[in-house]
Design a protein around this ligand. Structure first.
Ligand code: 3PG
Length: 211
């Protein structure tokens, strides 16, 4: 199954910041134990590439991707390490085009009609909507859905278990992303049970029944 389908089925995309690559696999396991089988490891730390490599090699049940990808070099490094999808906070034509040409799932951040049209022009219809809480949240995406009926969004930024249910209920929402599922402090402290519990709770909200 391709990465985009995995994201859609999972319904949530944990945005993960790993400082030390040794935490990558235990974090992946914690997510997986909570029913979340996708993981976006962000290029915000120097451990990102090695973390992606470890998860791809040692925990293949998780569909691992790279987040906060700002340059083509980062996208190439992530894919070389085993990333199955690429997430950009904004729209970068060079990176998106390279992903499309290389058959790598890519979700660029698009919050304006112009950015959405750029993405559609490259055949990309599932878009990150970031920061969702700043760009109008559900109202913003609903307004954009009128002219862009084909587009589905992955709102990220300011999402938590408090507003997850509203987001996942919207027909134009493909999945929801965020760091609340797996925060840096819990990873560093080895609080993997907390991460698993938060994931279980989120999956329950997505599915509408207990997991
Ligand atoms: C991201 O890069 O997607 C965001 O930093 C996640 O936003 P959040 O921390 O508000 O969930």
């Amino acid at each position: 199954m391709n990465a985009l389908k995995r994201i859609g089925l999972c319904g949530v995309v944990p945005v993960v910041v790993i400082e030390d690559a040794k935490d990558a696999v235990p974090t992946a396991k914690a997510l997986y134990d909570g029913g979340v089988d996708v993981m976006e490891i962000t290029f915000r730390t120097s451990a990102a590439k090695e973390s992606i490599r470890r998860v791809a090699e040692e925990f293949p049940d998780i569909c691992v991707g790279a987040g906060t990808v700002l340059t083509l070099d980062q996208a190439k490094a992530a894919v070389e390490a085993g990333a199955k999808f690429i997430v950009l906070p904004g729209f970068n034509r060079e990176v998106v085009k390279w992903c499309v040409e290389n058959d790598i799932a890519v979700t660029p951040g698009c919050v304006t009609p112009t950015e959405i049209m750029e993405a559609l022009g490259l055949g990309v219809e599932v878009l990150k909507f970031f920061p969702a809480n700043v760009y109008g949240g559900l109202d913003g995406m609903k307004a954009l859905s009128a002219p862009f009926g084909k587009v589905k969004f992955i709102p990220t930024g300011g999402v938590s278990d408090k507003n997850l249910a509203e987001y996942v209920a919207a027909p134009f929402v493909y999945a929801v992303g965020g760091s609340w599922l797996c925060n840096k402090a819990d990873i560093a402290a080895g609080n993997f049970d907390t991460i698993t519990d938060l994931c279980k709770k989120a999956r329950q909200t997505v599915l509408g029944y207990e997991v």
